[in-house]
Design a protein around this ligand. Structure first.
Ligand code: FES
Length: 295
């Protein structure tokens, strides 16, 4: 298996005993002077945000990915030098979090949620279909360097299961067909709009710079919380439910939910709609409000 991205090549060699990853020598080659100068200047901005400079390690690793496309050996060394850490300490962090890649990543990380809810709603099927369509497995990159396919854990988008993330933008309520169209469009270089969030999916390097703390000005684009996420809030408002401690007296005492006179209890199945959500008014089926609020 092999892949390339960002002008670098890598390959996974299988032997009878073990598999090992060969990282291209460029990973350890020195940065060009102008690149290094920019990296140091950006790192200085990031480090200044924290009372202790070692706290800047997570954003600095994203900064390295924004330049190299993954956490290279040279990027790892630079982080260690800038933060007075050992290379082993930086490596320990970079290998702990799945958002940091230790080998060249595709331009688009396509993560299929295969956690319990998404899996049973079709996530397993989507992953298998994409894996077959792209010819790659988990954490592998297509030969054109465009797509890295991943299994991901719950991304708190369960109300839109099954969810696919592309460079951490949400694609809700996916099917094998829609996910296949998504990767085909990305590989063809088309602009692709997520279901919620920014108007366009950006590249892995671009999103890495945002995660390093450099605002691209697009945080308020598009829909934040969609109707399915807001339904509970809508019902709570209509029923006058308040969070404990949120009452005018600020007593902190739990506030009992109001039960409609026709309901025998708050969980009365007789008032539950087809999705198990309670109706807000007699005879009114529950459902999305159609209202969308900015995130
Ligand atoms: S289980 Fe997939 S987003 Fe929660």
């Amino acid at each position: 298996m092999s892949g390339h991205g960002s002008g670098e090549t890598w390959s996974l060699h299988m032997t009878q005993e073990a598999a090992y990853l060969h990282v291209d020598a460029e990973s350890k080659a020195p940065y060009a002077a102008d690149v290094l100068e920019r990296l140091r200047a950006d790192a200085e901005v990031v480090i200044a945000r924290y009372p202790g400079k070692r706290s800047a390690l997570l954003p600095l690793l994203h900064l390295v990915q924004s330049v190299d496309g993954y956490v290279t050996g040279r990027g790892l060394k630079l982080c260690a030098e800038l933060l007075d850490l050992t290379a082993a300490e930086v490596s320990a962090v970079a290998t702990y979090y799945t958002q940091y890649k230790r080998h060249p990543n595709g331009d688009y990380t396509v993560g299929v949620c295969t956690n319990t809810l998404c899996a049973i709603m079709g996530g397993d099927l989507i992953f298998d279909r994409l894996s077959e369509h792209l010819g790659v497995g988990n954490d592998e990159t297509t030969p054109d360097g465009k797509i890295t396919l991943e299994r991901i854990e719950c991304n708190a988008g369960c109300d839109y299961a099954p969810v696919v993330m592309t460079n951490w933008e949400f694609f809700d309520n996916q099917t094998p067909e829609s996910a296949t169209r998504l990767v085909d469009d990305l590989r063809a270089g088309k602009d692709v709009a997520p279901t919620r969030g920014a108007h366009r999916v950006c590249t892995f390097k671009e999103i890495s710079r945002v995660l390093a703390g450099f605002n691209d000005g697009r945080a308020d684009e598009g829909v934040g919380a969609g109707p399915a996420s807001l339904l509970g809030l809508q019902i709570a408002k209509e029923q006058g439910w308040r969070a404990p401690g949120d009452d005018a007296g600020g007593s902190g005492a739990p506030v009992q939910p109001q039960v409609h006179p026709e309901q025998t209890s708050i969980d009365s199945p007789s008032k539950a709609g087809p999705t198990g959500m309670r109706s807000t008014q007699p005879g009114t089926p529950p459902g999305p409000t159609g209202k969308e609020e900015p995130k």
